[in-house]
Design a protein around this ligand. Structure first.
Ligand code: PLP
Length: 443
């Protein structure tokens, strides 16, 4: 057994010296540049022509009737809630481990967020928890295909239909993924997502909402796009009196430099993520069965997949390595590779943040989260499972199948795991064990 790099042995690899294409993303070509320059030279950044073309192409690719683009994913998700008719006093169930934008804006509508457990293996909303959380004012469930893992849509949709609840899919991590052969984003009454630069489908700063329902589509248009909120586009009686001004009081128009990139990116997206999928499956195949870690990936046999694998990770199981702290484990991995292994990729559970407990944006003398609710939904948080035992380790995000290089990263895991007894002897209570973040909090 070779000596760990942490203790002076030879490194397994040097991450800083790997070929650029192993990780390069997004892939921009001259075609993106030409599309951008075209918008720029015509001074059409604030127009709608390119955006409308993008929406048509996106709706077709997403296999839904309608798409409405806007300036970011956060706003697309608020719009989804509005489109479904969520109102003050209604409740929205949302997993507690997600990026804040999945649900924080619900408070602007006076909607109360009810937090659900996530499954410790999939990191997605636990369908078992839905019954406990559902009350007379529950109107909708927000599901998040977290870190590209498809939620258990069969169980979620069955539950939702039985209780007459709407479903919103937050597809920000999983554009183009599938659950049992069906595309993510086609299950919910509405699906909405971020297409910002860090995402698999990376377009700059952009969000989009899709639906098959004409009313939801019109509400979304009327909410976000004052200049498209006009009688030619709106047929619903409930909306016709309010044309020409945005129902949100906000302006949500997309920057056309971003929708122009989106059009080009979309053309090559499926082909490119197929490569990402091959690369990350290749890596995870090499980690399968090792003690101490579980690969966070779906079994593809039933037609499910992880699309662009947005931020791949393994879930750490210290009990299988004699209780070795994750801090020491990732320190050894980093020493072995020069790759900055960390545990920041999982968001801290949202119910723990004061924004969901005490913040009162309306000055009503009640926390915003329960400003209009009939029950104090914060009480339901008390039965949430503690999240400390969900330890996420972000793994390198491979974009190209380069077997020789990828194998080395897997070798580093093998070496560290094989030597875990030595690490245990050196384990320190000071090891940094951060297992998530409020975004941007930790550098
Ligand atoms: C799950 C999830 N939902 C929503 C968003 C918000 O999207 P945006 O940053 O485009 O506003 C993000 C991240 O950006 C996210 O990760």
């Amino acid at each position: 057994m070779s000596k760990l790099a942490l203790f002076g042995g030879e490194k397994t690899l040097d991450h800083t010296k790997q070929p650029d294409e192993l990780f390069r993303w997004p892939i921009f070509t001259e075609e993106d540049e030409t599309a951008l320059l075209d918008v720029f030279r015509k001074n059409e950044m604030s127009g709608n022509n390119v955006t409308i073309e993008f929406e048509k192409e996106f709706a077709e690719w997403q296999e839904r009737k309608y798409a409405v683009a806007c300036c970011n994913g956060t706003l697309s998700l608020l719009t989804a809630m509005f489109a479904l008719g969520l109102k003050a006093g209604d409740e929205l169930i949302c997993p507690t481990k997600t990026y804040w934008a999945s649900c924080l804006s619900a408070q602007l509508l006076g909607v109360s967020v009810v937090f659900a457990n996530v499954d410790p293996d999939t990191l997605c909303i636990a369908p078992d928890d839905l019954e406990r959380l559902t009350g007379p004012r529950t109107k909708a469930i927000m599901v998040v295909h977290y870190k590209a893992y498809p939620c258990d849509m069969d169980r979620i949709m069955t539950f939702a239909r039985k209780h007459d609840l709407k479903v919103i899919e937050d597809v920000s991590h999983a554009q183009g993924g599938h659950y049992r052969g069906r595309k993510l984003g086609t299950f919910g009454d509405v699906a909405a997502m971020s297409l910002m630069s860090g995402k698999s489908l990376a377009c700059g700063e952009l969000g989009i909402l899709v639906t098959d329902d004409r009313l939801y589509y019109e509400r979304a248009l009327a909410f976000l796009h004052y200049e498209r909120n006009k009688p030619e586009n709106i047929s619903s009686q409930e909306l016709l009196s309010y044309v020409h001004l945005p129902l949100s009081g906000l302006k949500g128009r997309a920057n056309q430099l971003c929708t122009a990139i989106g059009r080009v990116q979309l053309r090559y997206y499926d082909e490119r993520i197929a490569e990402v999928r091959r690369a990350n499956n290749y890596f995870f195949d090499r980690l399968e069965g090792l003690p101490g870690i579980r690969t966070h990936r779906v079994d593809e046999k039933d037609g499910s997949d992880m699309a662009g694998w947005y931020t791949p990770c393994v879930i750490y199981r210290p009990e299988e390595l004699g209780g070795l702290s994750v801090g020491t484990f990732i320190k050894a991995l980093t020493a072995e590779t020069n790759f900055p292994f960390n545990t920041l990729g999982g968001n801290f559970p949202l119910h723990l943040h004061p924004m969901f407990n005490t913040y009162d944006h309306l000055g009503l003398g009640r926390p915003s989260r329960i400003a209009f609710s009939e029950r104090d939904v914060r009480e339901l948080d008390k039965a949430l499972k503690p999240s400390e035992n969900i330890i996420v380790i972000d793994t390198p995000y491979f974009r190209k199948l380069m077997p020789e290089q990828i194998t080395l990263y897997a070798d580093a895991f093998r070496k560290v795991i094989a030597n875990h007894s030595e690490l245990l002897a050196a384990d320190s209570p000071d090891a940094v064990n951060i297992t998530g973040q409020w975004y941007g909090q930790v550098k």
